[in-house]
Write a protein that binds this ligand. Structure first.
Ligand SMILES: [Zn+2]
Length: 454
């Protein structure tokens, strides 16, 4: 997996020392609740702990981290040192959970499980089965882990301020971390940047943090990257102007993309898009197989569409090539066409994420077709392209696939055509749509060939 170096680059939340001590504490509870375990000597405890810290990439300094954690646990009184006779009768010093905590687990197991859950979810949101097994808490914690987590799905809040007052996190940001350690992603239906649902899967294309300018992998977007990397689910919230915000669902991040978008001030900018798949709970066991497959398939790869179009390519789809003339158009078209073809090969190489790939169209393919069209409808049977332009100054054109992606059509210029709204309607629902489609296939191919061989 494309691991981020979390131990080094962690920018917020608990320190590495806190993580190490919390593992030590959890591990000692695990020792206590796992039957047949006797208290370990200090060096055994240190070996065991440092191996867990290394396995789960929690410590950057190996054994030192384990020893520091043990010192700290002894210092605050969560652990204590006792002298036990060893097998040959001699005294041996052991470290263990202090008696008052140990007794508490015996007398109030439910309460103890809640405390353990709180520590677990604070430091290790969405702990894996493997992690729970390693610290000996699989049986004790599983099943009780998430029932005490608040808020619960479906809850409404009238104001963002109220949510942060109760659960923590900055109330003006789109992506925040609550005090329980989980990240929340907020979306607003009334905003022009409302996040979209990918029809075929029900997954959500969530635009990252930052209302204007290029988005970078910092702040909220960094938090999302951490969650994607470690497969930690996030809370997805949807808000509207009337009722406020609703915690709609838990979701895991199945893909990270970057694409061109329009910011708050109507400027082109690079933005992150996180593809979120809703899941019933943070418990990995509850996630549908299709989602787990998508996670395995994706391997936290990064799809950067902004590499397909650079700099001034992005602005003005049509006006500029009228100035560059036919020669410039031929060069530009060939270049965009080859970038679109490369992107298409990447798209074809994946299977499970294909549905996501189909949703995100190649910007260079679209740009190439717009250039090819010269701002006019490309249908040979067009009865009249409107001369009026759209509100943002672009020609009234819709770029469409001649053969649908769902039917195996490719997202490349030769399979695409720019149509006026009228021809687009005829292609989709006209009574002669089948014949029209044939004519469009030919028109797209001819226009494409002419530019490519020109
Ligand atoms: Zn037309």
């Amino acid at each position: 997996m494309n691991k981020l170096n979390l131990a080094k680059e962690r920018k917020s939340g608990p320190s590495e020392k806190d993580f190490q001590s919390s593992v030590g504490f959890l591990w000692s509870v695990g020792q206590k609740v796992t039957q047949g375990k006797v208290a370990p000597s200090r060096s055994e405890a240190s070996d065991d702990l440092s191996s867990i810290l290394a396995t789960f990439n929690i410590s950057s300094d190996g054994k030192k981290g384990a020893d520091r954690a043990i010192d700290r646990l002894l210092e605050v009184g969560l652990w204590d040192v006792a002298t036990h006779p060893n097998t040959s009768g001699g005294p041996v010093e052991v470290v263990q959970l202090a008696p008052e905590y140990s007794d508490f687990i015996d007398t109030e197991p439910q309460w103890a499980a809640s405390v353990v859950s709180a520590v677990l979810t604070r430091f290790f949101p969405g702990p894996s089965k493997e992690f729970l097994d390693n610290i000996g808490l699989e049986g004790f914690a599983r099943g009780r882990l998430y029932s005490s987590l608040l808020p619960q799905t479906g809850e409404w809040f009238s104001k963002r301020l109220g949510i942060s007052a109760e659960y923590g996190g900055d109330w003006v940001r789109g992506i925040v971390r609550f005090e329980d350690g989980y990240v929340s992603a907020f979306s607003k239906t009334s905003s022009p940047y409302a996040d979209k649902v990918i029809q075929s899967t029900g997954w959500i294309a969530y635009v990252g943090d930052g209302l204007y300018g290029d988005q970078n992998l910092i702040s909220g977007n960094w938090k999302m990257a951490e969650c994607q990397d470690q497969r930690i689910p996030v809370r997805f919230w949807r808000g509207d102007d009337k009722r406020g915000y609703r915690f709609e669902t838990w979701a895991v991040i199945v893909q990270r993309r970057r694409q061109w978008g329009i910011d708050k001030y109507d400027n082109e900018r690079k933005e992150y898009v996180w593809v979120l798949a809703p899941v019933p709970s943070p418990d990995v066991e509850s996630w549908p197989i299709s989602i787990r497959d998508a996670l395995d398939d994706d391997m936290a790869k990064f799809y950067d569409e902004t590499r397909e179009l650079v700099g001034e390519d992005v602005e003005g789809f049509v006006q500029d090539e009228l100035e560059v003339g036919l020669r410039g158009l031929v060069e530009s078209y060939a270049c965009l066409n080859s970038r679109a073809s490369e992107a298409e090969m990447v798209r074809r190489a994946t299977s499970t994420t294909r549905k996501i790939q189909d949703y995100f169209r190649s910007p260079s393919a679209r740009k190439a077709v717009m250039q090819r069209s010269g701002g006019r409808c490309e249908s040979p049977e067009c009865l009249g392209h409107p001369y009026e332009r759209s509100v943002n100054g672009d020609p009234m054109l819709e770029v469409d696939h001649v053969r649908d992606l769902a039917q195996g059509g490719k997202d490349v210029p030769v399979n695409m055509i720019a149509l006026c709204p009228n021809c687009h309607a005829l292609k989709t629902r006209g009574e002669n749509k089948d014949e029209l489609r044939k004519a469009l296939v030919k028109a797209a191919r001819d226009k494409h060939q002419k530019l490519i061989s020109g």
